[in-house]
Design a binder for this molecule. Structure first.
Ligand SMILES: [Cu+2]
Length: 418
């Protein structure tokens, strides 16, 4: 075929596309869930089926907020969006399998989903969406929140479909994919947790962003096969911290990228996600996640990373934050080496131990609880549970402040190790 001047090619392309374009439309759809009530200073989490666009099309952008009954966005000092994950029911997840495909998430940071021009997450009128929410209430009284999400949705046009790839350093290990940064290192020392995922097909990564908690430095996307680091998502910190402090404050924003060309990745190549945290202090219940959007395509070998459009924010190092216990621990100092974890207290709140002792928590509540270090010589945590035991051997002297991350104002404990 003869080479046509570029403007002629564009005219031809426009003429061919015209009939479709005449009906093509991008709309912003707004959905609001039913009421979610959250106990004073409490955390509410549950899955729910939610509304989705009832016409075939493509999701090209998405955002979510927690609003009140009047539709006003709630401040972080009221019902705060801690985590939210949207998923399509009956579709296999790219990295974890099963039958729920995770395609959008936000944490405290407002990571807006955004596709580069020409790409979209395909959705059918009959597709069913679900979400998993975790809301936190910073007021003493019970409050109600509604999750409102806006979807930028394209119909009447064929876009290049993308698949969501959810990378997590905890690699499909359950509903609470957290890990603990032990701390106790020198100033500027870091702790890195990684996970690998081997690509089952070739294509291009056209959009992505990360998720970190307090103390996080960056989430890196590496191609371990090629020895490259195509992208890293970096946190922006700052702004008012809601009181009382019920968890170590997370970033306000995480940097994200889009790229029409996309980051090439070939079948069989190993993607490596690395969550890098400050290790001068403990950071418990940390996360390291990156959500990517992938367009299958012919790719061979190790291609060049194109220039990415990066929504950077203002990345800085995390402010080192000393978490106070939400209330003073009460009662006589106990030298016992075990206690119970019930609704809503620890059997003993003040404990004195000899270095080297193993302490045991026995869970026997009707509600799930945990054990989370929020300050001290070493960070560790127990998963949410209603039964069984959790043990920790204290090898470092000092004062450990602990709480239940689900009931932080009610369940506190202080363990002094000598
Ligand atoms: Cu609890």
């Amino acid at each position: 075929m003869a080479r046509l001047p570029r403007f002629l090619l564009l005219l031809v392309a426009a003429a061919l596309a015209a009939p479709a374009l005449a009906q093509a439309e991008e709309r912003t759809l707004t959905f609001t869930t039913g009421a979610v009530s959250v106990d004073g200073y409490g955390v509410a989490q549950a899955p729910m089926l939610v509304d989705s666009p009832r016409v075939d099309g493509y999701v090209v952008g998405m955002e979510t907020e927690v609003v009140d009954a009047a539709g006003q966005v709630q401040g972080r000092d009221k019902v705060m969006l801690h985590h939210i994950v949207f998923a399509k029911v009956g579709v296999r997840d790219y990295t974890c399998g099963g039958s729920v495909e995770r395609f959008f998430a936000e944490g405290e940071e407002r990571l807006a989903l955004s596709m580069p021009r020409g790409y979209g997450y395909a959705n059918k009128a009959t597709d069913r969406w679900a979400l998993l929410y975790m809301l936190m209430n910073h007021k003493p009284q019970k409050l109600t929140g509604y999750i409102r999400y806006t979807v930028r949705y394209v119909t009447g046009e064929s876009l290049t479909p993308v698949k969501p790839i959810w990378l997590d350093v905890r690699n499909c290990s359950g509903p609470d994919p957290v890990f603990d940064v032990p701390g106790g290192g020198k100033t500027f020392s870091t702790f890195t947790k990684t996970a690998d995922f081997t690509m089952p097909e070739s294509g291009r990564l056209v959009s992505g962003g990360g998720h970190l908690h307090g103390g996080g430095l960056r989430v890196e996307l590496r191609n371990a096969t090629c020895g490259t680091k195509p992208f890293e998502s970096r946190p922006t910190w700052g702004g008012p911290i809601p009181r009382p402090v019920l968890h170590e404050p997370g970033p306000r924003k995480m940097s994200a990228f889009t790229s029409v060309t996309g980051i090439p990745v070939a079948k069989g190549q190993k993607l490596r996600l690395a969550a890098v945290y400050d290790n001068s202090a403990p950071h418990t219940r940390a996360m390291g996640i990156m959500l990517l959007f992938f367009a299958p395509a012919e790719v061979q070998g190790c291609g060049e990373t194109p220039e990415l459009d990066i929504d950077l924010g203002r990345p800085t190092a995390p402010r080192l934050f000393t978490m106070p216990l939400p209330r003073a621990p009460r009662g006589a100092v106990s030298k016992a080496t075990s206690t119970y974890v019930g609704d809503f207290r620890y059997g003993v709140e003040r404990v004195l131990l000899k270095r080297g002792t193993t302490f045991t928590w026995r869970f026997l509540g009707a509600f799930a609880h945990d054990v989370t270090v929020i300050g001290g010589p070493e960070g560790f945590s127990a998963p949410w549970t209603t039964a069984g035991v959790f043990k920790h051997r204290f090898t470092k002297s000092g004062t450990y402040k602990l709480f239940c991350s689900l009931h932080p104002t009610r369940m506190v404990q202080q363990i002094t190790v000598r």
